[in-house]
Design a binder for this molecule. Structure first.
Ligand code: SF4
Length: 165
């Protein structure tokens, strides 16, 4: 182990972080949670014109146990929120969340008692995609932003989380 940029003996950990983050950001397995019109727009990103496979995220999974990216697309009602939370809890670490569209991020035009006014009240959202609905290009932009979040991740974060439990 060499001396890293911080002056401590963390050179090896830093290099492993780079390798692991590179692999993770280019092989995301999204689980779409589409509840409304945003879900339809999301489908177009998977098709050949926009081709999300160019970013390594085409392996869509409908099981939380096989996913590392929860993609919430559409409004979430109060009754639906416990289900969404349960799905998130069933996903293995490391995991990320993208909130797609105005409804998922803030309730959108549905300023009413029965609609969650932003899923980040209950879940740790990593990236928000604005729009009603967001265009496919915006969804890809959100994915690239998430890749930059993953680039900054460190294995030490998960080690310390395990030690704390
Ligand atoms: S943000 Fe707009 S397009 Fe998306 S679910 Fe809400 S109303 Fe539909």
């Amino acid at each position: 182990m060499g001396v890293g940029p911080t002056g401590k003996g963390d050179w090896l950990t830093t290099r492993v972080d780079q390798l692991v983050n590179w692999a993770r950001k280019n092989s995301l397995w999204p689980m779409p949670f589409g509840t409304a019109c945003c879900g339809i727009e999301l489908m177009s990103v998977l098709a050949s014109r926009h081709d999300i496979a160019r970013f390594g995220a085409e392996a869509i999974r409908f099981s939380p146990r096989q996913s590392d990216l929860l993609l919430v697309a559409g409004r979430i009602s109060i009754k639906m929120m416990p289900v969404l939370t349960r799905i998130y809890e069933q996903m293995p670490e490391p995991k990320w969340i993208i909130s797609m569209g105005a409804c998922a991020s803030s309730g959108g035009v549905f300023d009413t008692y029965s609609v969650i006014q932003g899923i980040d009240q209950f879940l740790p959202v990593d990236v928000y995609i604005p729009g009603c609905p967001p265009r496919p290009e915006a969804i890809l932009d959100g994915l690239i932003k998430l890749q930059k979040v993953i680039e900054r991740d460190s294995l030490r974060h998960y080690q310390s989380a395990e030690t704390a439990t």
